[in-house]
Design a protein. Structure first.
Lengths: 334, 89
């Protein structure tokens, strides 16, 4: 500590600090000399009058103002210029270092699609070779995400549920217990101006399109283990259909079949079923017990064990969440 | 096939740049939609139809709809229309 204090005046840190502050020391000296420069009033002829005292105070104030002016000018022109140069140089340097290190790392990555790359290991080989026999799913991706890695998918569904809860907390209009709105919140028809103007073109085309989109979404969900698709994409399609319906026919018609209660019941039951089914599988698998879930013949619609019900669960969660997002963003009500 | 892939990749880069460079918020959301659509075609070329379906549904559909709703909520679309009307008159 003492050593540091001794060498501090001549050390490079001190110099760097001085440079950063742009030689504020010199300015300090100038200020001090300015302050002390004023000729001390000889003590013998100090008439202890208020006038003289006030004059002295005024003089000091003027001096102070001049010093502040100087300081301000200094910080505006010289100091700021130095800091700006230093800032841009450091920013450029940081960017350059980050970019060059990232590019350097890229040099060591394996060539795209080369057999030596670590992506091609025994795990993926096992999925590809034994996936059909072990999970019974013709679509290998569904077998992976809903059987081998079902825990991941459970986490994703839970994240979606929590996100929709957070959006609800943030955007829902506040209600009292009897259903009336809180005093501070906006009225229900506050932005009714933005509700659909019951456009006939939109309504006719939606009446034709919504059933088709719903059918396609259900097909994608139910055929997740046979063809490309699955719970997440099918659920997104179903949610898009619900959004289109809401956009063209308004809130009243969707409220007939979709309220907060529907949302919470469907999502809760789906998550509960998912968690309990996978707990059963993990328990039997981890303890070497025989699981009593039939795999069925690959290719049939009722096959591949738990993948089909889990697909339906994920689809329900995703579609409800997407629609709830949209409705809350739109009006603050489902 | 390779030629098509190159064209699509070039389109992707153009889209990504123009999303950031357009001043109009509505236009940039629509360009983002186009980006997602082209991306889903590229997923099919890379032989992953699962991702293509999800990208088309989520990227081009739901994300853009949420963006539109948000723009409406913050009155960004109305403001632009008003500006255009003022310029015309």
């Amino acid at each position: 500590m003492s050593k540091k204090a001794e060498n501090w005046e001549s050390s490079w840190q001190k110099k760097a600090e001085d440079w950063l502050r742009d030689g504020s020391d010199a300015l300090d000296h100038a200020m001090i000399s300015d302050m002390t420069e004023s000729p001390a009033v000889p003590p013998e002829d100090v008439p202890e009058t208020a006038d003289l005292f006030e004059a002295k105070v005024h003089e000091d104030q003027v001096k102070e103002e001049v010093i502040y002016q100087k300081l301000h000018e200094h910080s505006v022109t010289k100091g700021r210029k130095h800091i700006r140069i230093l800032y841009s140089v450091l920013a450029l340097l940081t960017c350059f270092i980050i970019i060059s290190s990232l590019l350097h790392v890229v040099l060591y990555m394996p060539v795209f699609g080369s057999p030596e790359s670590p992506v091609v290991n025994e795990v993926s080989r096992r999925y590809i070779e034994d996936g059909l026999r072990e999970t019974g799913a013709v679509n290998i991706v569904a077998g992976m995400i809903l059987d081998y890695r079902a825990f991941d998918t459970l986490g994703e569904s839970t994240v979606l549920f929590i996100a929709s809860c957070a959006v609800m907390i943030l955007l829902r209009r506040d209600h009292r217990k009897d259903g009336a709105l809180e005093k501070g919140s906006l009225p229900v028809d506050y932005d009714i101006h933005y509700e659909p103007h019951y456009d006939p073109i939109l309504q006719k085309s939606a009446a034709f399109l919504v059933p088709v989109i719903l059918l396609f979404g259900i097909y994608v969900v139910l055929n997740g283990h046979l063809s490309p698709g699955g719970g997440f994409s099918g659920g997104a399609i179903l949610g898009a259909a619900l959004m289109l319906f809401r956009m063209s026919f308004g809130m009243k018609s969707t409220r007939r079949f979709f309220t907060y209660k529907t949302f919470s019941t469907v999502v809760f039951l789906a998550l509960l079923f998912y968690a309990s089914a996978k707990s059963y599988v993990f328990y039997t698998g981890g303890n070497g017990l025989e699981s009593h879930i039939p795999l069925g013949t690959p290719g049939a619609i009722l096959s591949s064990g738990l993948i089909l019900p889990l697909d339906i669960c994920v689809g329900a969660i995703v579609s409800c969440t997407m629609y709830t997002f949209f409705a809350l963003f739109r009006r603050g009500e489902v | 096939m390779t030629f098509l892939a190159w064209v699509l990749l070039g389109f992707l880069i153009v889209c990504a740049l123009s999303v950031t460079l357009t001043k109009n918020l509505l236009a940039s959301v629509i360009i983002l939609m186009a980006y997602s659509l082209v991306m889903s075609v590229i997923w099919i070329l890379l032989q992953s139809p699962d991702l293509a379906i999800t990208e088309a549904a989520v990227g081009a559909g739901i994300t853009s709809v949420l963006f539109f709703v948000t723009l409406k909520k913050i009155h960004a679309i109305d403001e632009e229309r008003k500006d255009q009307d003022e310029q015309k008159s």
